[in-house]
Design a protein around this ligand. Structure first.
Ligand SMILES: [Zn+2]
Length: 272
């Protein structure tokens, strides 16, 4: 699933190509992707709107439209937005937005993505979006925020990091990488994490997200960023997908285990 750095690379790409352009026609090839309105309303309300900004919060993209509802998108597993100057059919295309110049294609091979029409300001009524915690790379994600949130939680730190209401933008890859960098085992209970470990974890979350952003995201399986260019962060991962290989820090074998319903990678020696 695209996480914060991957969604951000799509955002920047779509912003560069679509802001200021008018949606002249919408072809919704798979109506069930639209969650909070009818296919007819979706196409009618977006047609004629000008895209004024593209923002991101957590793993959500928001295409703001001047004068009408905004388009909220969650890419889930394999969703992406692709800009084309000339229309060309691509595998997995589900929605075609014809602009006054060029096209935006919503592509989604596994069709798990979600799109909503939302008010341009204030609560959207989409609970997953409205309840998002601070982005893991934002000024609002402070050390004291993390300390308080960890102290008041009895669950595992891995499931805490994946909970978008606690910290937004992390998924399996960046959560595993941050825990490795901090030297904290994913199974640890949040309230048992020491102030020093919390400091390391706070710093590690910022480091892995900034690294992912700098490399245009991580390309695994089906993720293709907006411009069709693959991110290169996979070359810099230390534990994710590295099961059975030596830990880059201590040489012990990286373990893969199912935990909290998700695959989890960690070093049993330097993560305590
Ligand atoms: Zn190690």
């Amino acid at each position: 699933m695209p996480e914060l750095p991957e969604v951000e690379s799509v955002r920047a790409y779509i912003e560069a190509h679509a802001v200021g352009k008018r949606i002249e026609d919408v072809r919704l090839l798979l109506p069930r992707l639209v969650k909070n309105t009818t296919p007819e309303e979706f196409c009618r309300l977006l047609t004629g709107q000008t895209i004024s900004a593209v923002s991101r919060k957590g793993k959500y993209l928001l295409l703001r439209c001047s004068g009408g509802p905004s388009l909220l998108v969650h890419l889930r597993m394999t969703g992406s937005l692709i800009y084309q100057e000339e229309y060309e059919e691509i595998r997995g295309q589900r929605i075609i937005f014809a602009l006054n110049e060029g096209y935006i294609l919503y592509r989604d091979v596994r069709t798990l993505g979600c799109l909503w029409l939302v008010p341009p300001e204030g609560p959207t009524g989409i609970s997953g979006y409205d309840s998002l915690g601070p982005d893991g790379n934002s000024d609002k994600f402070t050390l004291s925020y993390l300390q308080e949130a960890l102290q008041s939680s009895k669950r595992s730190v891995k499931s805490f990091l994946l909970d978008q209401t606690c910290v937004a933008g992390l998924g399996n890859i960046y959560a595993d990488e941050a825990l490795f960098l901090a030297g904290v085992r994913p199974q640890r209970r949040c309230c048992d994490i020491s102030p020093d470990e919390c400091r390391r974890l706070h710093e590690a979350i910022g480091v892995v997200l900034r690294q992912g952003l700098a490399h245009g995201g991580t390309t695994i399986r089906d993720f293709i960023s907006g411009n069709g260019q693959e991110g290169s962060n996979q070359a810099f991962l230390q534990v994710y997908g590295k099961e059975g290989t030596p830990c880059p820090r201590c040489g012990h074998t990286i373990i893969y285990t199912k935990f909290a319903g998700r695959g989890t990678h960690y070093c049993p020696h330097c993560q305590v």
